[in-house]
Ligand binder design. Structure first.
Ligand SMILES: Cc1ncc(COP(=O)(O)O)c(C=O)c1O
Length: 373
């Protein structure tokens, strides 16, 4: 059982993040409420401008959530019935459900030990019906973009980036969201840059696609009175944008802190038990949305940590291809061995920016104690 000598370590602490920016957030929200400009206003376009600047893209388009960012990207690219889109089976559901919602077929390719798509597996999954690849930068670590871009080019496929977990991550100095035809971001409360509710962003360098996406998020409307195509409502609220504009300034500091915590874990847990730890490869700058360790004793370790007041999570225990929702795709256990192995061994440790060094030390000490016992 947890004792008083143990530091309590939650998995996240959104209140602690808010405490640091409360004054400014409340002031901005107050102004917005006074103005009554709730939909598609200045806060929203300011946020889109700074988001595009951060990612190094020509356009950033605020939408209602990360799932819509993926879905609208597919829709705007004309991908739908009869088409196949390749993605990773170890991701959050939305990487695949967005494909199905667009009317296309999600096709999975297995991942590498860094949790990201294996380019060779992608190559093997290509059929005459394949139209696109959705590369997921899972855990905040960039996927193998040079290889995936080369495959996409060779086969005439669109490459969409699922950047939901990777805002600010770079590969050879280039930001995720700037490699593919679109970059799709989530601003869900648990993401590295988080709204006070749902939110999302699509980045692109393609002017024509950006113009189509701007309409697609707003009933296909070209102006107040004319619609060019039927679409739906997926806008980012100004109220959320006002909060996000405050948080955007803090993001580099929060990311540095996440990276510093990751470095503490990497140092403190090196060589402990059978642990596999994430490491930045050459040229990668991961943003550690999650810090996922792997061990054959995962369930026992999770239980031990819980008993010592440390919360941990599993992202994700059931792969997408084995979900009931995917039953119609006809997959079975064993289809994606690396993904399935990871589902049984992965454990996400707390890595949020407000975590104190003392708490990180507590996690490290507890994990060492588990493996020593
Ligand atoms: C990898 C990935 N893709 C897509 C999404 C969907 O984002 P949202 O929850 O904002 O719809 C998420 C987050 O939930 C995610 O982690």
């Amino acid at each position: 059982m947890a004792t008083d000598t143990h530091v309590k370590v939650p998995y996240v602490n959104l209140g602690a993040q808010y405490a640091g920016i409360k004054g400014e957030v409340l002031e901005r929200i107050g102004k917005l409420l006074d103005s009554g400009a709730f939909i598609l206003g200045q806060e929203g376009s300011d946020f889109e401008d700074s988001f595009a600047t951060l990612c190094g893209t020509k356009h950033a388009i605020g939408v209602a959530n990360g799932t819509d960012a993926l879905f609208l990207s597919l829709m705007a690219l004309g991908i739908g019935a009869g088409d196949e889109v390749i993605t990773a089976p170890n991701s959050f559901l939305a990487s695949a459900s967005s494909i199905a919602l667009a009317g296309a077929k999600p096709v999975f390719a297995d991942v590498l030990d860094d949790f990201n798509l294996d380019p060779e597996a992608v190559r093997k999954a290509i059929t005459p019906r394949t139209k696109a690849i959705i590369a997921v930068h899972l855990t905040g670590r960039p996927a193998r973009m040079p290889e995936l871009l080369a495959i996409a080019k060779e086969h005439g496929l669109q490459l969409i980036e699922d950047c939901a977990q990777a805002i600010g991550a770079t590969l050879n100095g280039r930001h995720v969201g700037s490699f593919g035809i679109t970059g799709c971001f989530s601003l869900h409360p648990l993401k590295n840059l988080a709204a006070a509710g749902d939110g999302g962003v699509i980045t692109t360098n393609d002017d024509a696609l950006a113009a189509r996406l701007l309409k697609a998020r707003n009933h296909g409307m070209r102006d107040r009175d004319h619609s060019d195509f039927f679409s739906y409502n997926s806008r980012l609220d100004n109220l959320q944008a006002a909060i996000l504009n405050v948080k955007m300034r803090e993001l580099p500091r929060w990311t540095e802190r996440r990276r510093a915590i990751a470095a503490m874990y990497q140092q403190g847990l090196a060589g402990v038990g059978d642990l596999l730890l994430p490491q930045d490869r050459n040229g990668e700058r991961a943003v550690y949305h999650t810090f996922i360790i792997q061990t054959a004793r995962r369930d026992a370790l999770k239980q031990f940590l819980q008993e010592h007041g440390i919360d941990s999570k599993i992202h994700y225990p059931v792969p997408i291809h084995l979900q009931q929702a995917a039953a119609h795709l006809g997959h079975k256990r064993g289809d994606f061995p690396e993904t399935e192995k990871q589902c049984a061994t992965i454990l996400s440790l707390p890595v949020f920016a407000e975590l104190a060094d003392e708490q990180v030390d507590q996690v490290i000490r507890s994990i060492k104690a588990f493996f020593a016992s």
